[in-house]
Design a protein around this ligand. Structure first.
Ligand SMILES: [Zn+2]
Length: 114
């Protein structure tokens, strides 16, 4: 049985229909800010990876977005998002938005007294 790493981006689901790219920059929102419930699941037990067929189309689409994101970090290219979600079938909305840092994030906010 395999187990997923919590910080893999870009990421897709078991249907290989949709996925996301998340850009984490210093002092900004982290994976825990984006998916706070994932941290709850991680602390209560590990979840097995879904069996995913090798489907290139969604991964190539996400790779293009990820390459653009890398360019925006390294070069003066404009990007108005840190979370970008796409669905090839359009059964889910395409999303481009900025995830704000959560002040109660268990991953990037130090606990009081530490
Ligand atoms: Zn965080």
């Amino acid at each position: 049985m395999q187990f997923c790493a919590s910080d893999s981006t870009p990421d897709t689901d078991e249907t290989a229909d949709w996925g996301y790219v998340f850009v984490q920059e210093p002092g900004q929102a982290c994976f825990g800010c984006l998916f706070p419930h994932a941290l709850e699941e991680e602390t209560s037990g590990r979840a097995p990876c879904a069996k995913v067929a090798a489907v290139k189309d969604i991964l190539k689409a996400l790779s293009g977005i990820a390459l653009y994101a890398v360019d925006t970090v390294l070069m003066p290219r404009r990007r108005e998002w840190n979370y970008r979600q796409i669905s090839l079938s359009a059964t889910m909305p395409d999303v481009a938005r900025t995830i704000e840092r959560r002040h109660d994030c268990k991953l990037c906010t130090p606990a009081e007294g530490s």
